[in-house]
Design a protein around this ligand. Structure first.
Ligand SMILES: C[S@@+](CC[C@H](N)C(=O)[O-])C[C@H]1O[C@@H](n2cnc3c(N)ncnc32)[C@H](O)[C@@H]1O
Length: 440
């Protein structure tokens, strides 16, 4: 086992040291916890400051904020990490994108970090990579396998969806698990294979069982029938309940910078719980109805939520009908089905994020104002010049109300965007358990 980085045999209780690249809002970290492994994230890396705000808010640790491409072999060596978890940008490989693969600048940092494996004195012994379906046929994938083979890794690859884990959510994703020899997988039978079923994760090592999990429509229907109904993932079970408040944490929200009176007795005046903002406007139904994916509380499947959910309708995720018509789907008028967006909390639930996961509501009104549009800035200046910034004037009240409303929308948009980039913990946790098994 020369040059193989393993926990100190004299201290078998020592946790695995893990690096989390492209950490986003921490889906990998939650999966590691859910997997029940004795492992600690020694560093996380992400370039997006909003994602890092969310990560820090939930884990009390701010990821290294910078470009992963600028990391050196010496930087990586300094962490002495046993495992690397990587969920690099998927845009170079998506079907809707230009599919520039390794020539897309967004792929550079991933290739760079893989190439560094050759140069570091203590390379990791385990690797976990997540990406979109389409990655497995890319040139980046071929290069990844070449590098891993040269570095003495054995791999097992999967394309799995939460539907295979009882979650009514279709989000197929590609996963590569790699272990450095002499470490080996619990089921070596599947070495160097791409599996479409989670067979080895449940202790089956039988190729016959694998054949039973084919990819026919019949198998898919069976899978869907075994999923829980969407209802279980909803935060409001009937239209009179108020969504939104449970995901956005308001406990530490700062007082209004301008000392304006709070609306409806709500802290920070935020109206995140208004049902109205989740309803699909009629004009969108008229224009895009035929392209909408409609689901019902008793449905056992919904479509993948992308980072553009709520901003765009077509192909970005399912819409929920809150009024069940006699005939489901487009056989009945969509306008009468009370269509609404899933709330960010509900999207998080479908991604199997834990209940204690929250988006921070900590950006002060002044900071938020800085992020708002030029027109709002002009309004603000006009207000100062002509209205005076007295919180009791009607002009000020109207302005603050508008600012809060637009800000609230932007909090929602970034919540959907970050969740849409994230992963399914129900899928990743058992994969991580399988990766770390027998090595611990
Ligand atoms: C597919 S998302 C990963 C999401 C993450 N697994 C989660 O649970 O939220 C890719 C992430 O990589 C980050 N990213 C993309 N290119 C980067 C780079 N060159 N350096 C650092 N972070 C990068 C993005 O900001 C984004 O958060």
């Amino acid at each position: 086992m020369e040059n193989l980085l393993l926990p100190n045999p004299k201290h078998p209780d020592q946790p695995w040291r893990v690096l989390e690249f492209y950490s986003g809002i921490g889906g990998m970290r939650y999966s590691l916890t859910k997997a029940g492994l004795n492992a600690e994230i020694v560093q996380a890396f992400d370039i997006n400051n909003k994602a890092n705000d969310v990560y820090e808010f939930n884990f009390g640790h701010r990821p290294y904020q910078g470009n992963i491409q600028s990391l050196t072999a010496a930087d990586l060596d300094s962490y002495g990490a046993h495992a690397w978890l990587l969920s690099p940008p998927c845009q170079p490989y998506t079907r809707q994108g230009l599919q520039k693969q390794s020539n897309d600048p967004r792929a550079f940092s991933f290739l760079n970090i893989l190439e560094l494996i050759r140069d570091i004195s203590r390379p990791p012994v385990m690797l976990f990579v997540e990406n979109v379906v389409g990655f497995e046929t890319s040139d980046t994938h071929s290069r990844m396998l070449e590098i891993l083979e040269e570095a003495n890794f054995v791999t097992q690859e999967f394309i799995l969806t939460p539907l295979q884990f009882g979650v009514p959510y279709s989000r197929p994703r590609y996963f590569c698990l790699a272990k450095r020899k002499p470490l080996c997988f619990q089921s070596p039978l599947f070495d160097n294979q791409l599996l479409h079923a989670p067979i080895p994760l449940f202790g089956h090592a039988d190729k016959q069982v694998l054949c039973e999990h084919d990819q026919t429509q019949e198998s898919l229907d069976k899978l869907i029938q075994s999923c829980e109904p969407i209802e279980r993932f909803l935060e409001l079970k009937n239209p009179s309940q108020q969504p939104g408040s449970s995901l956005i944490d308001t406990t530490n929200a700062p007082a209004d910078d301008f000392g304006a009176p709070e609306e409806d007795g709500k802290r920070d005046g935020h109206d995140v719980s208004s049902l109205e903002q989740y309803l699909v406007p009629l004009e969108l139904i008229e224009r895009w109805g035929s392209a909408m994916d409609i689901v019902y509380p008793d449905s056992q499947r919904c479509c993948c939520f992308t980072k553009s959910y709520y901003r765009y309708v077509k192909g970005t995720g399912s819409l929920l009908a809150t009024i069940q018509p006699q005939k489901k789907g487009k056989a009945s008028s969509l306008k009468n089905q009370g269509l609404r967006y899933f709330t960010p909390r509900e999207v998080a639930n479908l991604h199997s994020f834990p209940e204690d996961f929250h988006f921070p509501q900590h950006i002060s009104l002044r900071q938020r104002f800085r992020m708002n549009s030029v027109i709002e800035k002009q309004n603000y200046v006009a207000l100062l010049l002509y209205g005076g910034f007295n919180s009791s004037t009607n002009l000020t009240k109207t302005f603050l109300k508008r600012l809060r409303r637009s800000d609230c929308a932007s909090v929602m948009e970034y919540s959907y965007a970050l969740l849409g980039n994230s992963l399914s913990i129900a899928v990743v946790a058992p994969l991580l358990r399988y990766l770390f098994a027998e090595s611990s």
